[in-house]
Design a protein around this ligand. Structure first.
Ligand SMILES: [Zn+2]
Length: 80
């Protein structure tokens, strides 16, 4: 696993399972749908969310890029 790329305060919720934005709270919540339904937002524990993506792997990829952006903003090198 890519534990070396963990970033405090930025955890990918449900390991990249699809989420949708809740109606009243505005928070991203896990979608529990049929197993073949893969599209949804990826959600980070910091509150950021991806566009609607079609797979868990696409959402994990989004989260890696998201963490790289956070690191870049902090002046650190992106993960290799
Ligand atoms: Zn984040």
């Amino acid at each position: 696993m890519d534990t070396s790329t963990r970033l405090p305060g930025h955890g990918l919720l449900s390991e990249g399972k699809p989420h949708e934005q809740g109606g009243t709270s505005g928070r991203y919540e896990r979608i529990f749908t049929a197993p073949f339904e893969k599209s949804g937002h990826g959600a980070c524990s910091c509150g950021e969310a991806s566009p609607v993506l079609e797979s868990d792997s696409a959402r994990r990829k989004w989260h890696r890029a998201h963490k790289d952006e956070i690191r870049a903003a902090a002046g650190a090198e992106p993960a290799p």
